[in-house]
Design a protein around this ligand. Structure first.
Ligand code: RRO
Length: 312
């Protein structure tokens, strides 16, 4: 009997696969589809305090090895997602769902988190510190001073389960510095990684998305080695109470297996879900279970974080 069940922040999920924020999660209809698929749970599109139209279209493009996007944080506003999650708590009391959010300023982030804190929401909150696509707004988690200030202020009032969505880091010193900050706070998880920010994809002689003259976040096959490096770097550095969610380049069960081997407790699917639809969850789960069976693993605990190194 092979199981891909997992836990995050003490909540149980019957499958470790779910959507990545931004894909199949803008509307209740899309969220319902993920909820009723083989996925273990869902996360909402990152919500701001108010509705946002986002950047002009075209702003997302599938490309052969992945995707490029500059959506610009379009979303239906916090209340839309929070009200839906509060309804689900009544109709699906045995399941736990994720709410993604961030403000357009630190003040707005606090206003949103204070609303969530004051609400009856019993699920898990993911604070997105890594949106690469709002013109003039840098990816927050590349600025360690701002990140630390936000976290210290948030944990002065926020007592519900909270994790953060991170951008990919590319330097060992940055892994060390970021982990040292995160270890000071009662975070339940870090999610590695958001898209690799500000790539450029060209077809013939032109960019393929309108905003920012074609610059956008890269997802899919391109980013798996970077995602795995971030998952494992934080798995090695964070205190055990902070779990890792692995996101980036998950096309197959083998990709999910590698994320878990690097330390992930939950694995998110973005570009592949966009390209294939929710049937991807069943396929990837079956592929992951087949690998586990071949290796004699019954649960994720049997191999989570057990990446092997080449000894001297
Ligand atoms: O909406 C977006 O442009 C977007 C966001 Br908030 C994010 O976190 N990551 C991404 O690739 N796109």
């Amino acid at each position: 009997m092979v199981s891909t069940s997992t836990q995050i922040a003490g909540f149980a999920f019957d499958n470790c696969l779910m959507n990545a924020a931004g894909v199949a999660c803008m509307t209740k209809e899309e969220l319902e589809e993920v909820k009723d698929s083989a996925a273990g749970t869902f996360v909402t599109k990152t919500a701001t305090l108010e509705f946002r139209q986002g950047n002009p279209e075209p702003r997302y493009q599938d490309v052969p090895l992945g995707s490029i996007n500059s959506m610009g944080l379009p979303n239906n506003g916090l209340d839309y997602y929070l009200d839906y999650l509060l309804e689900l708590q009544e109709s699906e009391p045995n399941r736990t769902f994720f709410l993604s959010l961030v403000g357009m300023s630190p003040e707005e982030t606090h206003a949103i988190l204070q609303k969530v804190q004051a609400s009856d929401f019993k699920g898990i909150t993911e604070l997105n510190l890594s949106c690469p696509n709002v013109p003039g707004k840098p990816q927050i988690a590349y600025d360690f001073e701002t990140t630390e200030k936000i976290l210290s202020e948030v944990f002065a009032y926020f007592t519900k389960p909270l994790g953060i969505k991170l951008p990919p880091y590319f330097d060992i010193v940055h892994f060390d510095q970021a982990a040292a900050i995160f270890n000071k706070y009662p975070l339940k998880f870090v999610n590695c990684v958001n898209s690799i920010g500000n790539g450029l994809y060209i077809e013939d002689e032109s960019v393929v998305i309108r905003p920012k003259n074609g610059f956008g976040g890269i997802g899919g096959q391109y980013i798996k080695p970077t995602a795995l490096a971030n998952v494992h770097a934080f798995y090695q550095r964070l205190k055990p109470e902070i779990q890792i969610i692995g996101t980036g380049g998950v096309l197959t069960g083998r990709d999910a297996f590698e994320h878990i081997l690097c330390g992930a407790s939950m694995v998110q699917v973005g570009t592949t879900l966009y390209k294939e639809g929710v049937v991807a969850f069943e396929r990837i789960t079956t592929e992951l279970k087949t690998i586990m069976e071949e290796k004699g693993y019954e649960s994720l605990e049997d191999f989570r974080g057990k990446l092997k190194y080449i000894e001297e």
